[in-house]
Design a protein around this ligand. Sequence first.
Ligand code: Z5A
Length: 226
Amino acid sequence: MEARTGAGRFIVLEGGDGAGKTTQVALLSAWLEAIGLPHVSTREPGGTPVGEAIRTVVLGRADLDMPAQTELLLILAARAAFVRDVVRPALEAGKVVIADRFSLSTLAYQGYGRGLPLHQVRAGIDIATGGLSPDLYLLLDLPSGEGAERQRRDGAEADRIEAAGADFREAVRNGYLALAESEPRVEVVSARGTPEEVHARLRDHLLTRFPETFLAEGPIDRGRSG
Ligand code: Z5A
């Protein structure tokens, strides 16, 4: 299908470990491809060479004893490059950006999970993003034990943050739900059911919120309404 242009939107999938974000980013990407909408799909921390290097330290080095402040600042350092080199250029080119995690993760994990004061986390996020925020967060919600069970089935080794344990996971989930209550650009979506069922829910939210961008036959939005 011929590519449509001018529909820049920044959409972020969020949720606890194992909620299905990676799976859903791939399904959304395939759908956007099918309807001919230019897009970029990416993940955080990562998405740039410096971001991937930071990711190996923050997640890959389970042996490192890292203060929560160090973890926060490393993640935000990666975000500054991600915003400058991936998100802004794609939006300026009129593309849809589908990201696996962004600032809501930082509030949930470093704020609610690690216990850093939320006002400090927000101030850091502001420096890293220059105030850029997504058009919509789609929060995949799953009881934390079920996410852990999905990951166990995968057989993957826990990364440094996953190794923080069950209480940490529960604090992160509750943090996400508290944030969703106060932030209007967060939609909570059940992550239960088959991947296709979850995908249909996500698509419905996008079509309802932004029909001018996501309806295959709809008129094309030539600017960002933010
Ligand atoms: N982090 C942070 O602390 N602060 C920040 O600001 C940011 C990040 C940005 C990134 O890890 C880590 O960084 C994360 C938070 C921290 N850490 N922890 N812990 P990540 O993004 O690489 O990975 P993750 O999100 O923690 O976990 P994951 O395993 O990649 O989960 P997922 O992407 O949500 O799920 P998935 O890979 O799509 O699916 C997991 C398994 O479930 C897999 O076997 C699937 O086939 C299966 N699956 C998927 N969907 C379904 C359904 N619907 N039913 C059944 N099974 C399913």
